[in-house]
Design a protein around this ligand. Structure first.
Ligand SMILES: [Zn+2]
Length: 207
């Protein structure tokens, strides 16, 4: 017998649902529990979920039911709708494919966001550390900005290109050689300046 509960649970893990509905899950599968006032991640999500703080636990349908205040049947229908599952048919492969496409888009978005922040920081340095007179010695930050800015801007453009192949290959090469991880680490060490540059950019938009 085809059963929406069985099919949804076979197709979607609690971890996938949690990420899909916007929770940050770390690489250990931990996230902040939405069911109690949780400051530090105390919920473990995988196929099922368990909170070490409030002991809430269950499967993906319980999770979505509790999260959105739905009955288990409504939660199963919501999951089927959101993940494109045919409730009467175990088209698990199709779902996983859809999930991978979505995950890929999320990863590309993250990659672009990192580079945009990098671009903001470099532009700031380019303006701030430019020599006031031709005789002044060049500062390291200004040199770095001059060297990196054109490439970073090109990469951002390529990540937003309407050409899907170009987008994919740019993303893959940035991930493969660890560039994004390195840039992220670099931005983290300059996070105050990055935040300042971001709020300036936003103020610029509003003005
Ligand atoms: Zn909890």
């Amino acid at each position: 017998m085809n059963n929406i509960f069985v099919n949804v649970k076979a197709a979607v893990t609690t971890l996938q649902a949690a990420e899909f509905y916007g929770f940050d899950v770390d690489r250990h599968g931990m996230m902040c529990c939405p069911f109690h006032d949780d400051k530090h991640p105390s919920m473990k999500v995988g196929d099922r979920y368990y909170c070490f703080g409030c002991q809430e636990h269950g499967d993906v349908i319980d999770f979505v039911a509790k999260l959105f205040g739905l009955s288990p049947y409504e939660a199963a229908k919501k999951l089927a709708r959101d993940f494109g599952i045919d409730p009467g048919n175990t088209s698990v492969m199709a779902v996983h494919e859809g999930y991978h496409v979505w995950q890929q888009q999320k990863a590309e978005g993250h990659c672009a966001a990192v580079l945009i922040n990098y671009e903001l920081l470099l532009r700031r340095w380019f303006l701030r550390y430019a020599p006031a007179t031709p005789k002044e010695p060049l500062q390291k930050r200004f040199i770095l900005a001059c060297m990196k800015l054109p490439t970073v801007s090109d990469c951002v453009d390529m990540l937003y290109s309407p050409d899907e192949k170009l987008r994919k290959s740019t993303f893959e090469s940035l991930m493969r050689d660890g560039t994004i991880d390195k840039v992220e680490a670099f931005l983290y060490t300059h996070r105050e300046e990055v935040e300042d540059a971001q709020s300036n950019a936003l103020n610029g938009l509003a003005a």
